[in-house]
Design a protein around this ligand. Structure first.
Ligand code: IPM
Ligand code: MG
Length: 356
């Protein structure tokens, strides 16, 4: 099989880390598995190239591909642009355009890195949770929104949190199906004690659960979930939640694993088409220095093989290669303990390629 992949490096450390994932994909090519990769600008790079964070040509390349490998977007030089031209819009528009409603953010602790977490090793060792974040609805996309002048003469900012029943149902089905392949427990996170939208969320989750009696469903308020994630994260299996709560909780969960530089993600639609990206951002402070950890992006390429291309053996091989470089003690700065030797982005990519 030859797969067409759109590679969108984006901004900051994005180009450095995606370059390593591209090398890893090339390294697993065989007569039966080939990748035709096309690189295109997005985010600030899209703005620089075409005054648009999602240039029409970039979107056309994505349309013609079977999956998108994405780096990261954003940078201080773009912060003053009107919202529609900011780098983040490139990513949000891709999510909406392809209806990538199911965002899988696994947080697993590699045994070698348990001590790299700011939490006690015994709290995080063996952790394996999946945050399933709804990605195309909620206050991120709800209308109306804006900043307006009110009668008193002052300005008022407003956004709209909203979810339709069908949007909640489909992410609910994804959550229960994911749990069936894991430890059969779903915790749905909401704020049903205060917000109407999330009362509906809770009611619909409970209804969808009727079809999945072999899976246990619990509900938790988001403030409690934020606390439980640092108190006893191993109580969770699958966490399903809305777009905004999922944004926040997944950053929190990433730190359980030692470094945000380790975590991949998949954003998938009903057809299995997906966008694969590290959950960390563009890290402008270290961009261009060759020190960023490419493993989250390399692991994202493994998720792409697993979820969009159904090349399970190739995905397993990449994940095993990452585990083996960690077992050998190779560390980028973000996952090194004081005194441990540190390698750069390219050297980490080399090590994964060599392990393959
Ligand atoms: C994420 C990011 C994005 C989000 C930004 C870059 C728009 O924080 O993927 O978690 O808020 O969804
Ligand atoms: Mg985020």
């Amino acid at each position: 099989m030859t797969y067409k992949i759109a590679v969108l490096p984006g901004d900051g450390i994005g180009p450095e880390i995606t370059a390593q994932a591209v090398r890893v994909l090339k390294a697993i090519e065989s007569s039966a598995l080939r990748f035709e990769m096309t690189t295109a600008p997005v985010g600030g790079a899209g703005f620089d190239a075409a005054q648009d964070p999602l240039p029409a040509q970039t979107l056309a390349i994505c349309e013609a591909s079977q999956a998108i490998l994405f780096g990261s977007v954003g940078g201080p030089q773009y912060d003053a642009l009107p919202r529609a031209q900011r780098p983040e819009q490139g990513l949000l528009r891709l999510r909406k355009h392809f209806d990538l409603f199911a965002n899988l953010r696994p947080a697993t602790v590699f045994p070698e890195l348990a001590h790299a977490s700011t939490l006690k090793a015994e709290v995080v060792a063996g952790l394996d949770i999946l945050i399933l974040r709804e990605l195309t609805g909620d206050i991120y996309f709800g209308q109306p929104r804006g900043i307006r002048q009110i009668e008193s003469g002052e300005r008022e900012g407003f956004d709209t949190m909203r979810y339709t029943e069908s949007e909640i149902k489909r992410i609910g089905h994804s959550a229960f199906q994911a749990a069936r392949k894991r430890n059969k427990r779903v915790c749905s996170v909401d704020k049903a004690n205060v917000l109407e939208t999330t009362q509906l969320w809770r009611d619909v989750m409970t209804e969808v659960h009727q079809d999945y009696q072999d899976v246990a469903l619990s509900h938790m308020y988001v403030d409690n979930a934020a606390m439980q994630l640092v108190r006893n994260p191993k109580q969770f299996d699958v966490i399903v939640t809305g777009n905004m709560f999922g944004d926040i909780l997944s950053d929190e969960a990433s730190m359980l694993t030692g470094s945000i530089g380790m975590l991949p993600s998949a954003s998938i639609n009903a057809r299995g088409f997906g966008l694969y990206e590290p959950i960390h951002g563009s890290a402008p402070d270290i961009a261009g220095r060759g020190v960023a950890n490419p493993l989250a992006t390399i692991l994202s390429s493994a998720m792409m093989l697993r979820y969009s291309l159904n090349e399970i053996a190739a995905a397993d091989r990449i994940e095993a290669a990452v585990r083996s470089v960690l077992a050998k003690g190779l560390r980028t700065a973000d996952i090194a303990m004081p005194g441990e030797a540190v390698i750069g982005t390219q050297a980490m990519g080399n090590a994964v390629v060599a392990a393959l």
